[in-house]
Design a protein around this ligand. Structure first.
Ligand code: ZN
Length: 75
């Protein structure tokens, strides 16, 4: 019934919601995908055997925050 739908909508937008969405617009970092770190594979010799290790490095685009302020379209 249309009346019930209206009541549900009012409840959803009321002040008693348990979680809130931030009013500040932000964009998930395009470079790290929100992780704050990006891949940094380097060569290492472990136990006499060469192999690749990847400890990552801080994301230079978002400075490890994981998101960018405002709406940033992918370039
Ligand atoms: Zn980033």
């Amino acid at each position: 019934m249309p009346d019930d739908e209206d009541e549900d909508f009012e409840d959803f937008t009321g002040e008693d919601v348990e979680f809130e969405v931030s009013e500040d617009l932000h964009t998930v970092c395009h470079l790290c995908g929100g992780a704050g770190f990006i891949a940094n594979p380097v060569l290492a010799v472990i136990g006499g055997a060469p192999r690749t290790i990847d400890n990552g490095r801080p994301c230079p685009a978002c400075d490890q925050v994981g998101h960018l302020p405002g709406l940033v379209p992918p370039a």
